[in-house]
Design a protein around this ligand. Structure first.
Ligand SMILES: Nc1nc(=O)c2c([nH]1)NC[C@@H]1CN(c3ccc(C(=O)N[C@@H](CCC(=O)O)C(=O)O)cc3)C=[N+]21
Length: 389
């Protein structure tokens, strides 16, 4: 059998697509698609109209535009070399990298949410409520839960906390979830992860009502995120935070190579799905990947969520790369207030010399993740208003 060349495959695909797409797959079409998507990106989360017409957390901007697949044609013959005059090299110092300020972006989002919370109270006499279930006494989980409750208080969201001992049974956690599912003053439920080893995480997360799943971990929400043309009710907060940071800094995603390090349900998996919905070419690097540094070095965008302090060295990164560091790894530090400090997955001091933009830890993705949780809770409360009238 004659081997199918890449060019033939592309031509076949183009022939199939041309039935649905009236335009041919010429460069101008591709450019107009790119321009369309750029216009979409430019309006993300900033326009009032966008906020109001798509009050839902899964507004098209965060999910990306829904464009048809039109493959650009590959050149049939190698391009003829054009003589280029040799420029005289002028040494240019590299531009200093943008340090992406998650703290101030989170502050901006929170003040926007506060206004919506007040409107909801005034118009519907409804106050959004978030319930957090914390099992066990992990120091880091306790801190994260504290941040979440503090952030709720700041924007006027009511918070409920169920604290259960490490030794409690799986059914006791499910009972707690069920109580919050039935409570009309609770609009969002978050089960803090990780749960103790003896518990079936999927069973517990599956018990959270789909309409209160502000973490976006319910299988139906994950499935709808994975399927183009579908809209999940909620997108996981950390993944949404990564996209917020990229879109707010107008980082082009279409056709760009994004390497996601880690494949967790909380960050890696949903972020890779979301990036695909924005037309990035996504590679997922994980603990079993051979030569992760070589794959990562190819990336235009690196999103690291491995949970390993300083895993990503400067030598793993291409010059000009955009780095989003989701890692929050506690490192023993007797000099700091709580006996530990947080470090990202990325060796910041090395990466900052190579990257064009980078998030710090702390003060990068973390605060925006919490702002996204508030935003999901607000959306859940708005949806509850809609379905009760
Ligand atoms: N059901 C569930 N949902 C989660 O979203 C979830 C979870 N479980 N388990 C753990 C991870 C981790 N996570 C963080 C959120 C905010 C910060 C955050 O705000 N970090 C601050 C830390 C400030 C400091 O401690 O100094 C910062 O990076 O600036 C960190 C980590 C959410 N997670």
């Amino acid at each position: 059998m004659a081997a199918l060349t890449w060019g033939r495959l592309v031509k076949r695909k183009m022939a199939a697509d041309s039935a649905s797409a009236s335009a041919s797959a010429s460069a101008p079409v591709l450019f107009s698609l790119l321009a369309r998507s750029r216009r979409c990106h430019a309006t993300v989360g900033t326009s009032k109209e966008d906020e109001d017409t798509h009050a839902h957390s899964t507004s098209p901007s965060i999910l990306g535009p829904d464009l048809p697949d039109i493959w650009s044609s590959l050149p049939t013959s190698p391009p003829r070399p054009i003589p280029i005059p040799i420029p005289i090299p002028i040494p240019m110092p590299p531009a200093p990298p943008t340090i992406i300020d998650g703290k101030s972006i989170a502050q901006e989002i929170r003040s926007h949410i506060s206004k919506h919370v007040i409107n909801l109270k005034n118009s519907y006499d409804k106050v959004p409520g978030l319930a957090v279930i914390l099992v066990g006494h992990r120091r880091d989980s306790q801190s994260y839960v504290r941040y979440k409750i503090k952030a709720c208080n700041e924007v006027g969201i009511t918070s409920f906390l169920a604290q259960l001992p490490h030794s409690c049974s799986e059914d006791e956690v499910i009972d707690s979830v069920t109580r919050f599912n039935e409570d009309p003053s609770v609009h969002g439920i978050l089960v803090q992860l990780p749960l103790p080893q003896h518990m079936d995480e999927e069973r517990i997360l599956g018990a959270v009502s789909l309409h209160k799943d502000v973490d976006g971990f319910h299988p139906l929400n994950v499935g709808n995120l994975a399927l183009r043309g579908r809209q999940p009710l909620f997108i996981p907060c950390a993944a949404k935070a990564c996209l917020q940071l990229l879109l707010r800094h107008q980082i082009d995603l279409v056709g760009k190579h994004a390497v996601v390090i880690g494949r967790s349900k909380v960050v890696g998996l949903p972020t890779s799905l979301l990036l695909q919905r924005h037309y990035s070419t996504v590679s997922i690097v994980h603990a079993f990947t051979h030569r992760p540094e070589e794959i990562t070095r190819e990336a235009d965008i690196v999103i690291s969520a491995a949970g390993v302090a300083n895993l990503v060295r400067g030598s793993w990164l291409k010059r000009g790369v955009v780095v989003i560091d989701v890692g929050t790894n506690p490192i023993e530090d007797p000099d700091s207030e709580h006996g530990y400090r947080l470090t990202g997955d990325v060796h910041f001091d090395e990466a900052v010399k190579v990257a064009s933009a980078i998030t710090p830890v702390p003060g990068g993705v973390g605060p925006v993740t919490i702002a996204m949780l508030l935003s999901n809770t607000l959306d859940a409360a708005k949806e509850a208003c809609r379905s009760s009238v």
